[in-house]
Design a protein around this ligand. Structure first.
Ligand code: ATP
Ligand code: MG
Length: 349
């Protein structure tokens, strides 16, 4: 475990404590790229924490990162459909549009303008070192990294800092980006005076859920269990999940990552330790493991799936939510941009 991961875990634990002691001091921002339907990696890696923060009374900002779709691909695809589906996934999972501001960053010009001063605070070498950018380029099969992918973490700093969020519930892949945001906030504050908080990640027990092929579960990779799948589709997909040839099921994340991942998922759904699940399955092999996981996931997601179907019936529901979310995001972004201009001495009237 690297030092920076350990430091992020410690700061995440401190946020958990603040959630208990002073939840109203927390302002959350997190986001998803509208590149496809949300999956169980999102659910366990981030969404459950979003809902937990909301229930504790933290302020909630939920971003749909539409510009960031074109960081690792040329075309936006069915962007309307993806934005709609992502909004519905989040609400079906428990985000309450009356308490959470759900918005698309392309509709918030002042947020995007923050990227200009922020870009001046980072070096190209620093951006080129970001391991998540390299990983995303690799998994998208990109050989020449475009300007928007390279500066993705700086754009993300604008996403987080425009509303002065201090907590970001994310999976492990996002930690380098969040570190970049902390650096941007720190350097801005040093140069122009205290303006931005240095946000912390809130990490879940499942910081990296693996997909059916044993690599990170990602929308873009086709290795996912989508939240919106039916129980039968889930069963079919899980039958194809990668395991290993040892029939005796044991929980050993280092030596048996795929089996450990399936055990962890059962554990998260059932609230039982993964070691205990492994003991119960014993020499039942991959077949019994997958069957138990299918039941666990289908039970866990049944209410979300039912709610999702209901929400899909209403054609104007999502556009109404996004209209008011974008309005509120614009108000707040204008205020922050005004403050930034003032700090930088760029007010001329
Ligand atoms: P894409 O392939 O388009 O990048 P993605 O599946 O990686 O999609 P994002 O929209 O990039 O999803 O990520 C949204 C949030 O979900 C981030 O906080 C990310 O850390 C978290 N997340 C995504 N995949 C996983 C995973 N496999 N395990 C845990 N958390 C995850
Ligand atoms: Mg991603």
């Amino acid at each position: 475990m690297t030092d920076s991961y350990q430091a992020a875990l410690a700061r995440s634990a401190a946020i958990e404590q603040r959630l208990e002691d002073e939840p109203a001091s927390l302002r959350m921002l997190t986001g998803d790229r509208p590149t496809g339907a949300l999956h169980i990696g999102h659910y366990f890696g981030s969404i459950k924490n979003r809902v937990k923060l909301q229930q504790s009374g933290a302020e909630i900002w939920q971003l749909i990162a539409d510009y960031q779709v074109i960081t690792d691909r040329d075309m936006l695809g069915d962007i309307q459909g993806s934005v709609r589906s992502l909004t519905i996934d989040n609400i079906a999972a428990g985000l309450d549009p009356d308490r959470a501001t759900i918005f698309t960053h392309s509709a918030v010009p002042a947020l995007n303008q923050l990227m200009l001063p922020f870009l001046s605070l980072v070096s190209v070498a620093e951006l080129q070192r970001n391991p998540t950018v390299k990983e995303e380029a690799k998994s998208a099969g990109i050989t020449s990294i475009g300007g928007l992918l390279l500066t993705y973490p700086v754009h993300q700093a604008a996403d987080i800092l425009f509303c002065k969020a201090n907590v970001v519930p994310v999976g492990r892949d996002q930690l380098p980006h969040l570190e970049q945001t902390r650096v941007v906030a720190r350097r801005f504050n040093e140069r122009y005076g205290a303006t931005f908080p240095e946000p912390d990640a809130l990490l879940s027990e499942a910081t990296l859920i693996l997909g059916l092929d044993g690599t990170k579960m990602s929308k873009s990779k086709g290795n996912v269990i989508e939240l919106r799948m039916t129980a039968d589709e889930t069963a079919k997909k899980l039958r194809g999940a990668k395991t290993d040839s040892d029939r005796l099921i044991t929980y050993d994340p280092a030596a048996r990552p795929e089996v450990a991942n399936l055990l962890l998922l059962i554990s998260l759904c059932e609230g039982v330790a993964p070691e205990q699940v492994a003991d119960e399955i014993g020499d039942g092999g991959g077949g019994v493991l997958k069957k138990r996981l299918t039941e666990a996931i289908n039970t866990e997601l049944a209410p979300l799936r039912a709610r999702r179907i209901e929400l899909e019936q209403d054609p104007t529901y999502v556009s109404d939510i996004l209209r008011s979310g974008n309005e509120r995001a614009n108000e707040v972004a204008e205020v922050t941009l005004g403050e930034v201009r003032e700090r930088m001495g760029m007010v001329y009237t």
